[in-house]
Design a protein around this ligand. Structure first.
Ligand SMILES: [Zn+2]
Length: 57
């Protein structure tokens, strides 16, 4: 799995592998009722989006 670094800040990264991974993990954790893990994944996702994609506006 390769993570793509975007040179310019973008509001959304539809093909970002890291975003997809965190979203999938959060969804799976929610399905398994592992809410603390789901929360962790969402925090990681938000943090990743902010640092990698310049989001958090
Ligand atoms: Zn991303």
């Amino acid at each position: 799995m390769r993570e793509r670094k975007t040179p310019a800040p973008t509001p959304a990264a539809p093909h970002c592998a890291t975003c997809a991974r965190h979203e999938a993990s959060a969804a799976q954790a929610t399905e398994e009722r592992d809410y603390s893990r789901a929360t962790d994944e969402r925090v990681l996702l938000a943090r990743h989006r902010h640092s990698a994609h310049g989001g958090g506006r």
